[in-house]
Design a protein around this ligand. Structure first.
Ligand code: MCU
Length: 411
């Protein structure tokens, strides 16, 4: 199934700057808190230290580590900042905030991004394909290694060669790629976090480069499988991403560690936390101590959906691939959808799980009323209804076994 998952070879695009090229630059104030982390824009949030827990159920997204409950949207923003910090501390590694300087140049269809921080510099490029039709400034979808969904008319496509930023060949890839050239090969960030950092820098560059004709407020992120895990994390860690579309991300993406362990204990061939760290460098080494006791984690992957909320989220899964964890992804996203419910925007999150034999193929049945509706609503500003939560799986997810918290109405 996974033969198409070989990482693409590292591609470095270098273009000479033509006279038509434009260059923009900005210098960011150096602060410790990233303004692009959920909650980070709220000056009243202060995230304390977060301890491990002992909880075999999916942790309550509405209750702070100190036991206080979030009852308002403003408080929940601070709780999001805490969830983000916990995920970074115990699983993803730290995502650095805005770098000290970032410049961008636009030439042909290539956006080159130069980043300097703490005395080191890197440069990477993305390719932007303008849409047929539509009106500039265009919305755009960042596709990890191009992505694997059909991009409709009116939406630009941004191809992001993720291995250039962080390699993902095998466990030997730790610390390799431009992110680590900049921040050091021993940096705590796993590859998912390093790529998410790359997405944030792409958005920074678009914000200061109007010549790209891309609207930075209408950006989606997608990827499939391992790259779907990455797309989910990118949407979770930067609230400028308007629409997040993880496709067949499975374990490490839309699956919950606790639920995948449960499926494994029932004899199903599902990828677990303890297995995944032996395959690749997607996570921080800070995850390793807890992969055999995931009940200690003060979050699970419903928490990724909790970070994307209330922004657009359309999760695509596939019941034909046992390894992804069909019950796990469904149950995990069901729990995540309770956050959207609490925020009064249930329709902003969709889940669609349809069986088919080609991993990362996109079934036409999910296109018109699902994928395109999400794109129309969140990227093309149309007032359409998005209301999708479905599976063709024949498992039985009993929510009460996994969710022991109530869902508030956040005002
Ligand atoms: C579903 O994503 C991964 C999976 O986690 C890996 O175990 C497997 O090797 O590759 C999948 C993938 O990325 O397929 C393209």
């Amino acid at each position: 199934y996974y033969s198409q998952c070989q990482p693409s070879s590292q591609v470095t695009t270098t273009r000479s700057t033509t006279t038509r090229a434009t260059t923009a630059s900005t210098t960011f104030a150096t602060t410790t808190a990233s303004t692009t982390t959920p909650g980070g824009t709220n000056p009243t949030c202060s995230v304390g230290s977060i301890s491990l827990v002992s909880n075999s159920k999916l942790p309550d997204p509405f209750t702070f580590a100190n036991g206080q409950k979030a009852t308002t949207k403003a408080q929940f923003k601070c709780r999001q900042a805490e969830i983000s910090a916990a995920l970074q501390q115990y699983e993803l590694g730290t995502k650095p905030g805005k770098p000290q300087s970032l410049t961008a140049s636009w030439s042909g269809n290539t956006l080159t991004i130069n980043v300097s921080d703490q005395g080191k510099s890197i440069s990477f490029s993305v390719t932007i394909t303008a849409p047929s039709g539509g009106r500039a400034p265009y919305p755009a979808i960042i596709g990890y290694d191009g992505g694997s969904i059909p991009i409709p008319a009116g939406v630009a496509k941004i191809s992001f060669s993720i291995s250039d930023i962080a390699a993902q060949v095998n466990t030997g890839s730790r610390g390799q790629g431009k992110f680590y050239n900049l921040y050091g090969s021993g940096h705590s960030a796993g590859a998912l976090t390093a790529w998410a950092w790359g997405v944030s820098r792409i958005i920074d560059a678009i914000e200061i480069t109007p010549a790209t004709n891309i609207n930075p407020a209408r950006i989606g992120v997608t990827g499939c499988s391992r790259n779907g895990k990455g797309a989910f994390v990118a949407g979770a860690l930067d609230d400028r991403v308007a629409l997040t579309i993880p496709q067949e991300s499975g374990s490490g993406g839309s699956a919950c560690w606790r639920l995948s362990d449960y499926q494994k204990s029932r004899g199903e061939n599902v990828q677990t936390a303890s297995q995944i760290i032996t395959e690749n460098v997607w996570f921080s080494t800070a995850f390793n101590p807890n992969v055999n006791q995931v009940s200690r984690l003060p979050f699970d992957h419903h928490s990724l959906a909790a970070l994307v909320a209330p922004r657009g989220l359309y999760v695509i899964e596939n019941t034909s691939m046992e390894w992804l964890g069909a019950l796990s992804t469904y149950g995990c996203m069901k729990a995540g959808s309770l956050v959207y419910q609490a925020l009064g925007v249930s329709g902003n999150m969709g889940y669609s799980q349809v069986g088919h034999g080609d991993h990362c193929g996109f079934p036409a049945a999910q296109q018109g009323s699902e994928l395109n509706s999400f794109i129309n609503k969140f990227l093309l500003d149309q007032s359409v209804t998005t209301n999708v939560f479905r599976t063709d799986g024949n498992f039985n997810f009993n929510q009460a076994d996994w969710v022991d918290w109530s869902v508030p109405t956040l005002n």
